[in-house]
Design a protein around this ligand. Structure first.
Ligand code: 13P
Length: 287
């Protein structure tokens, strides 16, 4: 059964590790992540962007697929199904469809409007026992055509949003989605320290997990980060493994064209990436 991300993230914050949110794109992605979580006894969050939701045939399709896998693959670790960077309307749709967690990304609104909409969603999600992620200070880079400037969140604004009772808070600290450019300045730890001090025990969320050096990940966890989002890294691993299969001409040998064979190396590559991240984040054995 899907669970809210609340308990797993509060435990992670207490225990100074982070739970990975891995974005899903299809059945192979979902199965790879769930099996890896189970094998490593790690809690896990499956992230779904609005674009990926549409791609996979709608939120109800995803809920059906994930619930089916939890049962038939005997997944016993805590799993949350979470809307990533949702709009207000998208969050409502996911709640109705059976997601156990949603993110409302109001970071592009003036803070008053972000507060107003987040307040409404705190009420709706807490009544239903679901978790809610809010965002202050947009994350840089491009996701589903939305380009954020990579702001550093203001600690006072973070406090205001955390005080509304959100489950977890994403705050921009110089992190961006996708691969980091050569001249990236790194995470703004001074800002993270202030945000952590201002937001009490609220688990903090680090977006743009792809390509952040290990020491920075560990330091971020020591400063209150309890959820780390990874998307691009699984995509790169999947694409590289699939390219290798095709370039080696494996699809032309025997029944190598069977989609189950074509997608197998990419599936294994996602599993390896997810395992590596779970080890780095310290969530292995925490379920
Ligand atoms: P990356 O694609 O950079 O790993 O970021 C993922 C993310 O933050 C999803 O919200």
């Amino acid at each position: 059964m899907l669970v809210s991300a609340k308990d797993m993230l509060n435990k992670a914050r207490e225990g100074k590790y982070a739970v990975g949110q891995f974005n899903i794109n299809n059945l192979e992605w979902t199965k790879a992540i769930l099996l890896t979580a189970e094998e490593n006894k790690s809690p896990v969050i499956l992230g779904v962007s609005e674009g990926a939701g549409k791609y996979m045939g709608g939120y109800k399709t995803i809920v059906g697929m994930v619930n089916g896998m939890l049962e038939e693959l005997n997944i016993t670790v805590p799993v949350a199904l979470h809307l990533d960077h949702g709009s207000y309307e998208g969050a409502l749709k996911c709640i109705e469809a059976g997601f156990s967690s949603v993110m409302f990304d109001g970071s592009h609104y003036p803070i008053e409007e972000n507060i107003a909409k987040t307040t409404e969603l705190v009420k709706i999600t807490s009544d239903k026992g679901l978790s809610l992620e809010a965002e202050v200070g947009s994350i840089g880079g491009e996701e589903d055509g939305v380009v954020g400037a990579g702001e550093i969140a203001d600690a006072n604004e973070c406090q205001k949003i955390a005080d509304l009772g959100v489950t977890m808070l994403a705050a921009g600290i110089g992190n961006i989605h996708g691969q980091y450019p050569e001249n990236w300045k790194g995470l703004a730890f001074d800002a993270l320290e202030k945000i952590n001090a201002a937001t009490g025990t609220t688990p903090l969320v680090l977006h743009g997990g792809t390509g952040i050096p290990e020491e920075m990940i560990k330091k971020a966890i020591s400063l209150g980060v309890a959820k780390i989002n990874v998307n691009t890294e699984c995509q790169l691993a999947f694409a590289a493994a699939t390219r290798k299969y095709i370039e080696e001409g494996k699809d032309l040998q025997g029944k190598g064209f069977d989609p189950r064979k074509v997608l197998a190396p990419g599936f294994e590559a996602i599993k390896a990436t997810v395992k590596e991240k779970m080890e780095l984040f310290g969530s292995v054995g925490q379920a």
